[in-house]
Design a protein around this ligand. Structure first.
Ligand code: UDP
Ligand code: MG
Length: 345
């Protein structure tokens, strides 16, 4: 049983500015966290004021029995309630708070947390108490086998309006991306440090981290996790998530397959359309030479249209190539380099 805020209401902690209800299960350190830690826990929060204190307490109850140094990074994604004050009031120097200017979205919050993290292992979990911190040791155990591990909410405690679309979404994503996991939407995940440093997150691509990691060549594992119903606050995602998720799936697939060779897709489509246009036009030209009137034939319009659209697609591909070429951000990850190994020795 976790103690509630009220139970701590009258507890006096001699720290300026801290609320009176915080438990002292975690050591209160005076000095700032050293530059490197074993474990970084990243929690994106948006209007979760009622969940902060209890989440911290649950985290402490598990972290205090683990033999690992840690940091807890709360990324306040532009909350308009007292979330920031609630976190700030926790007297624990292992906590790092980052507050966004406005609500930029969960992917931005995670991406920022990744950049700031200093741990060898990184865990992300939601700040709404639906993910249970007691799973952290199991995640770390599984990280010995895989580069990253994703949680699977087998018994998801959400309304059917969420669970059913999520099931369809997961099936489709598994089919398209080739990543054999069951729950892409789960916010509870664990990574070896090198994985997150090599992933570029934006928009709402956080759902596709396993796919992005997999395509970079990392191994992705999965463990079943307990899931709790949301007690306080509201879900930030409605039905619109399905459409956005689908559009993001197209983005991710496109990025992974054609980011470095845009002409292959645009040029391919352009060539097919343009070639059909040219064939039609040639056929009409032969008729015209034979003396047949072609000026009022709809086929003429189609031939011209296909040729022009085809040329446009090819130009688009070439512009894409120009952009890719000028950016020069290499996508590969080097696992071994004999020269650097020798220098390192
Ligand atoms: N969240 C966030 N920014 C947003 C939306 C959500 O940081 O724009 C956080 C939210 O506070 C929670 C987590 O992301 O900690 C998951 O959000 P939510 O519980 O609403 O998603 P659901 O569980 O309904 O999928
Ligand atoms: Mg939730």
């Amino acid at each position: 049983m976790y103690s509630t805020r009220d139970q701590f209401k009258n507890l006096e902690i001699d720290t300026i500015g801290s609320p009176t209800y915080f438990p002292t299960t975690c050591p209160i350190q005076n000095e700032y966290i050293s530059s490197k830690v074993d474990l970084s826990i990243i929690i994106p929060v948006y209007n979760e004021e009622e969940n902060i204190a209890e989440l911290y307490e649950r985290l402490c109850s598990i972290l205090s029995v683990m033999d690992k140094s840690y940091e807890i990074i709360f990324v306040d994604d532009g909350s308009t309630d007292n979330t920031f004050q609630e976190i700030k009031a926790i007297p624990d120097s292992n906590i790092r708070i980052i507050k966004f200017q406005r609500n930029y979205g969960k992917a931005a919050a995670l991406s920022c947390g990744f950049k700031k993290s200093k741990g060898d292992f990184v865990i992300t979990l939601d700040g709404d108490l639906q993910d249970d911190p007691k799973e952290i040791p199991r995640f770390l155990e599984k990280l010995k086998e895989f580069d990253m591990v994703s949680g699977w909410k087998v018994k998801r405690k959400d309304p059917i309006s969420k669970t059913f679309p999520s099931k369809c979404f997961n099936k489709l994503t598994r089919f398209i991306t080739g990543v054999k996991i069951n729950d892409f939407n789960c916010g509870y995940k664990a990574y070896n440090k090198y994985v997150i440093k090599n992933i570029n997150l934006y928009g709402e691509l956080h759902r596709y981290i396993p796919a992005l990691a997999y395509w970079k060549g990392y191994t992705v594992g999965e463990i079943e996790v307990d899931h709790h119903p949301r007690i306080h606050g509201e879900s930030k995602y409605g039905a619109g998530r399905l459409l956005k998720g689908f559009l993001d799936l197209i983005t991710v697939t496109f990025l992974m397959m054609y980011k470095k060779r845009p002409l292959h897709i645009f040029g391919g489509i352009g060539f097919l359309l343009g070639f059909s246009g040219v064939i039609i036009s040639l056929y009409l030209m032969v008729l015209w030479i034979m003396g047949v009137k072609i000026g009022d034939r709809p086929l003429l319009m189609l031939g011209i249209l296909l040729t022009v659209i085809g040329a446009q697609f090819i130009s688009l591909g070439l512009i894409g190539e120009l952009i890719t070429n000028s950016r020069n951000n290499d996508d590969y990850i080097i696992k071994y380099d004999s020269y650097e190994m020798e220098n390192a020795r």
